[in-house]
Design a binder for this molecule. Structure first.
Ligand code: 5BU
Length: 452
């Protein structure tokens, strides 16, 4: 014979209880979350559940059975099929037309109805439901509940004269899960703390410092960027979206001392020339100790990207320390980026972009697993194993009228736990680009320190 515990563990496998940190409807933070609706999707479990519930009850007392909508409806139906107790259905809202009835089915005044509820917390929803049934001339004496969250509901109903039968309590469930190794002592303690009415404090996961990131990010380019960040006390990348070599080199000369990397869109230069553009830029990079990040956003099949990376006018593979790449073409499309670090485009900053949660999740999986990738561009948090680059940063504007959306360095470091901010027009369009770079450098560093 299966024990009640074995039955519970079967139910648990359907994902009916989750542990972690949840905000309840009331705004209270709870260390667990219960949703018994999945039980109805497993017919064998639902049938067993019905029998477990029926076994606890003085069935002769009841003429009818009714579930509190919606989660308990299938439970009450299954119990009716197993016991031949006639089912009635309670509406959530009265019908707008016709009979305006709250109860559907066949019943007569004076009958006693067994009420079925999936979870009881404070008891409020039962206290609202019972009068609606009683208004139809039906009496309620007993309530059967699958799980008691032990937050006072049972006691309130009992004090009003109802008999409350519960199959499981949350403490009993936690005990079983602890015995099976699904919960640690700490978690059980936190749950008990919560159940005794205390506000539970969740340990905030700390963002990682650059020193800590150095320990876990082993790509050589990631290591270099982190070392430069620590040496210069800077997390600033300037986006040099200028159209002539002269402007590019002048900007690099001005901002070079304050940045960890200079980001280029090399194909917007009107006068690109490997000797005139790249050689002096490389010299400045060496002189001021910054890396060169070509924001090429490769987005093609591996073979084409390989050609775009190493051939054509720009021969990016000859000079870039790191490049950006979409991951839309899949894992193998990134194999071609040898001797360079890849920053994957995970989420974009522009209004209406298509990088929704699902896309970002899939892109993150590729970024995490590909050895050439050490970071991601995103407007959301990404896993600690990757360095996060956040563009769309501007201290003076919230947008550019062309879809770009700006946030502050505080937002990037505190909310997104970003590692590097990327600033374009906020710096190269400023009257004094060097001064502006310094302002962003200090703002970025202060925001980083404040976020630790
Ligand atoms: P801005 O002038 O600070 O708006 O420039 C931002 C730079 O970052 C620009 O070169 C963009 O191409 C780049 N960028 C971005 O703004 N948003 C994104 O989501 C990505 C790149 Br990916």
């Amino acid at each position: 014979m299966e024990t009640k515990k074995e039955f519970f563990l079967e139910c648990y496998k359907l994902g009916i209880i989750k542990f972690g940190r949840f905000t309840l409807k009331s705004g209270i933070e709870s260390p667990f979350y219960v949703d018994l609706r999945p039980l109805a999707s497993d017919p064998k479990i639902l049938k067993k559940l019905a029998n477990y519930l029926l076994d606890m009850l003085p069935l002769d007392n009841f003429d009818l059975i009714c579930g509190v909508p919606y989660a308990a409806l299938p439970m009450a139906t299954a119990m009716s099929l197993e016991s031949y107790l006639p089912l009635i259905i309670k509406r959530k809202e009265a019908k707008q037309y016709g009979t305006k009835k709250m109860l559907e089915g066949i019943f007569t005044k004076g009958q006693n109805c067994l009420l079925v509820e999936d979870v009881i917390t404070s008891g409020t929803s039962l206290l609202e439901t019972i009068p609606e049934i009683e208004n139809e001339g039906i009496s309620v004496s007993d309530i059967v509940v699958v799980l008691d969250r032990q937050q006072g509901g049972k006691e309130i109903l009992e004090s009003k004269g109802f008999r409350v039968h519960t199959l499981f309590t949350i403490s009993e469930v936690c005990e079983m899960l602890k015995e099976e190794g699904h919960l640690t002592d700490d978690e059980v303690e936190r749950i008990n703390d919560f159940l005794s009415g205390n506000v539970v404090r969740f340990e905030e996961e700390k963002r990682l410092s650059y020193e800590e990131k150095l320990e876990i990010c082993d790509h050589t380019v990631a290591q270099k960027l982190l070392q430069i960040a620590l040496e210069k006390k800077s997390n600033l990348i300037v986006s040099a979206d200028v159209t002539t070599t002269k402007e590019l080199l002048e900007l690099a000369e001005k901002v070079g001392p304050h940045i960890v990397a200079l980001k280029t869109h090399i194909d917007i230069l009107l006068d690109f020339d490997a000797d005139q553009t790249i050689l002096p830029l490389k010299d400045l990079a060496q002189k001021y100790n910054f890396l060169i990040m070509e924001d090429r956003k490769f987005a093609d099949i591996g073979n084409t990207q390989e050609l775009q990376f190493a051939y054509g006018t720009y021969k990016i593979s000859n000079w870039a320390d790191l490049v950006t790449a979409q991951v839309i073409a899949g894992y193998e499309s990134l194999d071609c980026f040898r001797n360079v670090g890849v920053v994957a485009i995970i989420g974009m900053s522009s209004h209406g972009n298509l990088t929704d949660q699902n896309y970002r999740d899939e892109a993150t999986k590729i970024a995490l697993s590909h050895p050439n990738v050490f970071g991601g561009v995103s407007q959301n948090k990404i896993p600690n194993e990757l360095l996060l680059f956040t563009p769309g940063v501007n201290l003076a504007h919230t947008g550019d009228g062309k879809g770009q959306q700006y946030n502050t360095p505080e937002h990037a470091f505190t909310k997104l736990e970003s590692d590097f901010i990327i600033v374009g027009r906020g710096i190269y369009k400023a009257d004094d680009a060097e001064q502006s770079a310094l302002t962003y450098k200090i703002a970025g560093w202060n925001a980083y320190e404040a976020s630790l």
